[in-house]
Design a protein around this ligand. Structure first.
Ligand code: NG1
Ligand code: MG
Length: 516
């Protein structure tokens, strides 16, 4: 195995591979190869010619570091093998630019055709759930980027014919959205002859996803774009975005990650005002209120709402402490500050928060609660900040443990599992983003032999991830089948049951295939 840690040059371009290359280069498993060939031949039938290229971007699983990317703390996700693949033919743009987009399952995802304005942004209505919204989001971000590269801002985007095949379960917590948006943005860049760098694709994909109404951090898109087969992706957002490939050490019994769906889906576009976006607002408000207590002015940063808990931490430390104290210790002191200062267990009303900040309620609303809709009477600042800081420390501990040795002994493995279990407990109690079904899955799995089990992704249902010895895979999947899936969904189809649990192999990030 190569070195445990590898820094990734940010300017690296998205890999382009040729269809005739050895499939192992591109981590296309034999069973998936069929999907690729199928996509190309279906494209040919549909449009009467072969595609110019296929753009691909995968889903992701987050191993640890939940709901802290938007507070600019480090996270540890990796890409999974399920992905979105998109065959594209560039059609000379005659009078106007048009996009024809079809899906391999047209019954579920009907074919659409639309025109692309040359001098305005394409409009997306996040309230109208349309499968092509995610394509449009990628298109929007890519065209904005491309326009900026033109001195006069003008651009005549290429017309495209597209066929999409995605096998990332939607609403399943492994980021079908990021896979779709990243693949779409990549396809548009390539169709317009732009060899996009990974960093640029990330930046524009994060902004793109916000167009669909979710104030996401950047973890999903980073994992979908930058991951490398066999490695976890240590992702830092502060002070600047940076990624490192971290290898999974060997152990007496091979460390395996299993993903298990809860089949409880939380539609983010609908629930965001009470769930996801509310949490983003709570963390931001906790940061500015804590800062205000200390008479600190937080600098604006690139977190979703412009102020982050991470920046509060930095501002609180004296210059000396910043240089001398390890980050773990610095986190301990912000945990203490939160416990001392944000004492209201029952949360804070808008009036109370405005008072603490010395501003009016309308000012509070326009500064922190107007970028996206938020529905709440009380804001649980204490619990959310404590989750964030402690989860941030768990990520550091997890990574330090992985880096310590190429071979992990029993004690260390149990420690990693314990960190995962603590993360779940904190998501359940302090962050309130678990669900009874998710808790149920985690308990069943632990009883059957996982080292650690937790939700992955935004939560409120969705997906779970489990770290377990290879030798326990059979026992754990059997327990989950009998005690969760068959019990909760007695009529579950064999096909759905098969998709419910997947061994997640860290896979490669986005790439383009030409010459198919
Ligand atoms: P999901 O809902 O799994 O795509 C979301 C955010 C991430 C991160 C996690 C929680 C989006 C697109 N992604 O993931 O950035 O904040 O929740 O850790 O909203
Ligand atoms: Mg998503």
């Amino acid at each position: 195995m190569s070195s445990p840690q590898e820094l990734v040059p940010q300017t690296e371009s998205i890999a382009e591979v040729y269809a005739t290359d050895d499939a192992s280069v591109i981590s296309v498993a034999p069973e998936h190869q069929q999907r690729w060939t199928g996509l190309v031949s279906q494209f040919q039938k549909l449009y009467n010619h072969r595609p110019d290229f296929v753009a691909r971007s995968p889903g992701r699983v987050n191993i640890i570091g939940e709901h802290i990317d938007y507070s600019l703390y480090d996270v540890l996700p990796t890409a999974v093998s399920v992905d979105v693949i998109m065959a594209v033919k560039v059609v000379p743009a005659s009078a106007g630019t048009t996009v024809k987009i079809a899906n391999v399952t047209p019954e579920k995802f009907p074919t659409r055709e639309f025109s692309v304005p040359h001098d305005a942004d394409i409009e997306i209505d996040p309230k109208k759930h349309e499968w092509i919204n995610y394509f449009k989001a990628g298109l929007l971000g890519a065209l904005k980027f491309l326009r900026k590269t033109k001195s006069d801002g003008s651009l005549i985007p290429a017309s495209m014919e597209i066929l999409v095949d995605g096998n990332v379960p939607p609403g399943g917590g492994i980021s079908s959205s990021a896979a779709f948006v990243c693949a779409s943005a990549l396809a548009v860049m390539k169709a317009n002859n732009h060899n996009v760098s990974k960093q640029d694709l990330l930046d524009l994909a994060v902004v793109s996803e916000r167009a669909v109404g979710v104030y996401s951090g950047g973890m999903d898109q980073a994992a979908s774009i930058f991951s490398k087969r066999g490695y976890l992706l240590y992702t830092q957002f502060f002070p600047k975005f940076k990624v490192e490939h971290v290898s999974i050490p060997t152990a007496a019994d091979e460390i395996t990650f299993l993903m298990a769906q809860s089949f409880v889906t939380s539609n983010k576009a609908d629930t965001a005002p009470r769930h996801y976006n509310l949490r983003v607002a709570e963390c931001t408000l906790a940061a500015v209120i804590l800062a205000k207590h200390y008479g600190l002015t937080l600098p604006k940063d690139n977190s979703s709402l412009g102020y982050s808990l991470r920046n509060f931490q930095l501002e609180l430390m004296t210059k000396e402490e910043r240089l001398q104290d390890p980050l773990e210790y610095q986190i301990d002191s912000v945990i203490q500050a939160t416990m001392d200062l944000l004492t209201q267990e029952q949360g804070y009303t808008r009036e109370e928060m405005a008072q603490l900040l010395g501003i009016s309620v309308p000012e509070l609303e326009s500064t922190f609660l107007s970028a996206f809709p938020v529905q709440a009477e009380r804001f649980l600042l204490r619990q959310r900040a404590l989750h964030c800081f402690k989860e941030a420390r768990r990520v550091l501990d997890f990574k330090a443990c992985l880096n310590k040795a190429a071979q992990l002994d029993e004690k260390r493995i149990h420690y990693l599992g314990q960190l995962l279990n603590e993360s779940q407990e904190s998501c359940r109690t302090a962050y309130d983003c678990s669900a009874p079904e998710v808790d149920d899955i985690c308990s069943i799995a632990r009883r059957a032999g996982t080292w650690g089990s937790r939700l992955t992704g935004a939560g409120w249902g969705g997906c779970t991830v489990h770290m377990l010895p290879q030798g326990k895979v059979e026992a754990v999947t059997t327990a989950l089948r009998n005690e969760y899936y068959l019990k909760k969904f007695p009529d579950i189809s064999a096909e759905k049951l098969e998709q419910a649990m997947v061994i997640s192999k860290p896979s490669n990030g986005s790439f383009v295939i030409t010459g198919a």
